[in-house]
Design a protein around this ligand. Structure first.
Ligand code: ADP
Length: 263
């Protein structure tokens, strides 16, 4: 193991001599390095669609100027690249907001059953477009303390992933188990589960899944319009609620993302 050590001399308040202080700053160095990597990643992620946009603008100003079919095709690609940048900036803002809130405990009273129900309702058009059937299994109203916007975002990110990585014709099941509603989870808190029958995730990827910009399959994620930040945002929000995120997945069978929150 290598340690980074800072060393400084502090003069004594009385008399001659000095106190020499050695401090382990390994964690600080790591934090600085992570920040550097993050900025490099963000720049790269933004530059890719930007380069494409600039290329198409040049083509539209030149060779494709008088070709309506080519113009139409290029404008559609440009729209999708601009959409990608927009999603990325939106997720970056969410991430920074969530990071800022992390030390403040949420205090809002909310009905989790109702929140899940309305969030799933809002995602119906996306599911319909992808040809995925979203089913819910929700208990009676369930009151708890939390941040409703953030919990909505957790569910949205998990369900959007389940929809986009599953194939047409498959099911996504959302289950909410609250203490007392199901004996199995009594005392453990409330469990929000998103289950899909998509491609599944190789276990070697699971420990890194919530890292920023970590993607199991880079090409597939980009093709599906992913920013690589969704699960990082989920992790921060769940931590703020003092809960935990558990992922069980089998290659070729599907994945289950569980958010377990204390109540
Ligand atoms: P992305 O925007 O790429 O989806 P996320 O942070 O939401 O980023 O997810 C990280 C990676 O985890 C994804 O790129 C994908 O490879 C994998 N992943 C997430 N959810 C699922 C799922 N339901 N099924 C299969 N793979 C998933």
């Amino acid at each position: 193991t290598t340690f980074q050590v800072s060393c400084r001399a502090v003069p004594l308040a009385q008399g001659p001599g000095a106190l020499v202080v050695f401090e382990d700053v390994t964690h600080l160095e790591q934090a600085v390095q992570m920040r550097r990597d993050f900025v490099a990643n963000v720049s790269h992620e933004l530059r890719t669609p930007l380069t494409a946009l600039m290329g198409f603008i040049e083509t539209l100003k030149g060779p494709a100027r008088d070709d309506p079919a080519a113009r139409e095709r290029f404008l559609n690609i440009m729209e999708s690249e601009a959409g990608r940048m927009n999603r990325l900036v939106g997720d970056l803002l969410s991430l920074s907001r969530v990071e800022q809130d992390e030390r403040v405990r949420p205090t809002e009273r909310l009905d989790l059953g109702e929140l899940v129900d309305s969030t799933v309702h809002g995602l119906a058009p996306l599911a319909a477009e992808a040809g995925v059937l979203v089913k819910t299994d929700l208990p009676e109203p369930f009151e708890m303390t939390g941040d409703s916007d953030q919990l909505r975002q957790v569910l949205t990110n998990l369900v959007e992933n389940a929809i986009k990585y599953s194939g047409r014709g498959s099911d996504v099941v959302i289950r909410l188990s609250v203490p007392g509603y199901e004996p199995k989870v009594r005392g453990e808190g409330v469990t929000l589960e998103v289950r899909d029958s998509g491609p599944g995730i190789d276990p070697i990827h699971l420990p890194r899944l919530t890292e920023r910009f970590y993607r199991v399959d880079n090409h597939r994620s980009r093709e599906k319009g992913g920013t690589g930040l969704g699960l990082a945002i989920v992790k921060h929000i769940v931590t703020r609620h003092r809960g935990r995120l558990q992922v069980d997945s089998t290659l070729g069978k599907g994945s289950v993302f569980k958010v377990i929150l204390p109540v």
